[in-house]
Design a protein around this ligand. Structure first.
Ligand code: KG4
Length: 348
């Protein structure tokens, strides 16, 4: 007979570390139950209109110890309680990844516990498995995930936590880049996505028509939209120098609708090709977009599918998703050797 302590012990206590870009994050999970998730964002990049890799890695160095300490404190545990350490091994900025990777390795060796390397993209896809309460529902496999961020726009068939297939992806810009680059030409601060989202709520989404790509299959393209948006602004500004100021809400709403239409058009084809799939999910920074979240809910309900929309805190880079992805690997005993280096590029 197991005593109570052993029964509780069955679910591993995992510390997760994420440092792939410009957020330093640490989380503690007991199994899939989230005990803490601390995110230290780096404000320093806003002045440069984008993430500066060298500044990002320096800020990770400053943030990593207080962020991990705070995650442990909020979870009410000490390092000695931990069963494993999961960390983002890639993809991302190498200088940023090195900080989280080295810290995770040092701590795991010091504590004598296993180390689990996690693909950041798996983290986004599996973020739907984070539970805040024991009874919370999670997706069933298979599902199709639209992973949309500043660096990715992918349609992924998720057969299991370790079996994911990219059905389609962008051949040029990612959806987040389209938001950010168009926002920039409107004079909005970086990153522009959230500003477009806010403005779009006040605008008419049918006011302007921008070019949509004609790419066969399930791949995306967003560079033509960016050019079409730029030309519209250039032509209209010649007629009226106040054009952007007067029409910014309509521009934002029309841009947002075009991006959502493009994203959903390919998702529809993917689902037609995979009738066995009854659940869809979204993930990545762009999945914070209000219009996109609404459109995915409506799309799913129209087709009789279940939609998984992440909490906004799990759309951005966070260690909770790294922890839950790490849990799946822990269960499969997929531990990593401390000699493994981080990687800046990798497929899902
Ligand atoms: O996943 P993420 O935090 O970072 C990486 O790209 O790795 O995604 C950031 C992207 C940016 O392009 C940002 O503008 C976009 O997500 N984003 C949004 C919103 N919030 C973040 N785009 C549209 N609407 C939003 N509410």
């Amino acid at each position: 007979m197991m005593n109570e302590k052993e029964t509780v012990k069955k679910e591993p206590l995992i510390l997760a570390i994420e440092s792939s870009c410009d957020d330093t994050s640490a989380a503690v999970l007991r199994g899939d139950l989230l005990l803490s998730n601390v995110i230290s964002s780096q404000e320093v990049h806003a002045a440069y209109g984008g993430v500066v890799p060298e500044l990002a890695s320096r800020a990770h160095q400053q943030n990593i110890v207080p962020t991990v300490s705070e995650a442990l404190r909020r979870a009410g545990i000490t390092p000695r309680d931990l069963d494993a350490i999961a960390f983002t091994r890639g993809p991302g900025l190498l200088g940023s990844l090195v900080v989280g990777t080295s810290f995770a390795k040092g701590l795991a060796v010091g504590l004598g516990i296993p180390l689990i390397d996690v693909n950041h993209l798996h983290g986004h896809v599996l973020s739907h498995f984070i539970r805040r309460q024991k009874e919370e529902e999670v997706p069933d496999f298979p599902f199709i995930c639209l992973l949309v961020s500043g660096g990715n726009s992918q349609i992924i068939l998720v057969r299991s936590a370790s079996d994911m297939e990219i059905l389609g992806q962008t051949i040029d810009d990612a959806a987040g880049e389209a938001f950010d680059k168009c926002a920039k030409v409107m004079g909005l601060p970086y990153p522009g996505g959230p500003h477009i989202d806010r403005l779009a709520a006040e605008g008419n989404a049918e006011a302007f028509k921008f070019a949509k790509p004609h790419i066969p299959g399930l791949d995306y393209s967003f560079s033509g939209l960016k050019t079409s948006f730029l030309y519209t602004l250039r032509d209209e500004l010649e007629r009226d120098p106040e054009f952007i100021v007067k029409r910014k809400a309509d521009l934002a709403a029309s841009l947002q609708k075009t991006i959502i239409d493009i994203l959903l058009s390919k998702l529809k084809i993917a689902l037609d090709q995979h009738p066995e799939v009854k659940q869809i999910a979204i993930g990545g920074g762009v999945s914070a977009n209000s219009g996109f979240r609404r459109a995915v809910e409506e799309f799913a309900s129209h087709r009789g599918l279940r939609a998984w929309i992440p909490e906004r805190i799990f759309t951005t880079d966070n260690a909770a998703m790294v922890g839950v992805a790490g849990l799946f690997r822990y269960r499969d005993k997929q531990f990593c050797d401390i000699s493994l280096p981080p990687y800046s590029r990798v497929e899902i």
